[in-house]
Design a protein around this ligand. Structure first.
Ligand SMILES: Cc1cc2nc3c(=O)[nH]c(=O)nc-3n(C[C@H](O)[C@H](O)[C@H](O)COP(=O)(O)O)c2cc1C
Length: 170
């Protein structure tokens, strides 16, 4: 698949097998986030990768609590990434979102399924969320931008029709 086909074919995956990611795959997805452009190259982002089942469970529970549900918001994906960014930097939200987008595409490039999962802001505002950041050596005052889950699809997701408006002035 060409790079352009790869990004046009991306679709959010919401069913995963239990097969774990390889260490190299985890590192490449992190690198793809780090490689994203940022306003004035300030790189106000921080990246967390979690494959540890217990920490993954804690993040899942904290996320589910925001939704008032018992279901796993991470769809049993074996790897959960979080993008955080420094809210003191004016472009932090754009920078963090772009990095997460690159991580989704990196997962596709590796033949993996992936999906953005919301509520990182609320999760990392909690004491338990901050304890996880501390354990990983990440800044505690960064805001959660989004989670990226990744794994091997149990079912290939279908690409959805895209209907956002486009203007093209020639
Ligand atoms: C900002 C943002 C938040 C999202 N949050 C969730 C989420 O919490 N749970 C979920 O299942 N999917 C979430 N998604 C994935 C969207 O549901 C998905 O991107 C959308 O339905 C379009 O489908 P596609 O990614 O296959 O094109 C989120 C996507 C974005 C960009």
């Amino acid at each position: 698949m060409t790079p352009i086909e790869l990004l046009l074919d991306r679709a959010s995956c919401k069913t995963y097998t239990t097969q774990p990611l390889l260490e190299d795959e985890v590192r490449l997805i992190l690198q793809a986030g780090q490689a994203a452009p940022s306003g004035r190259n300030r790189q106000p982002t921080a990246f967390l990768a979690v494959t540890d089942p217990e920490i993954r469970r804690t993040l899942s529970r904290l996320n589910a609590e925001v939704l008032h549900t018992d279901a796993d918001p991470f769809y049993q994906a074996p790897a959960v990434f979080a993008v955080l960014a420094d809210p003191a930097v004016s472009t932090y939200l754009y920078d963090g979102s772009l990095a997460a987008g690159q991580m989704l595409l990196a997962a596709s490039a590796l033949g993996l399924g992936s999906c953005w999962i919301h509520r990182a802001k609320e999760v990392f505002a909690t004491d338990q969320g901050k304890a996880i950041l501390e354990k990983a050596g990440l800044p505690l005052d960064y805001e959660g931008i989004g989670f990226v889950i990744a794994g091997h699809p149990a079912q290939q997701p279908a690409v959805k029709a895209k209907t956002s408006r486009v203007g093209y002035l020639k």
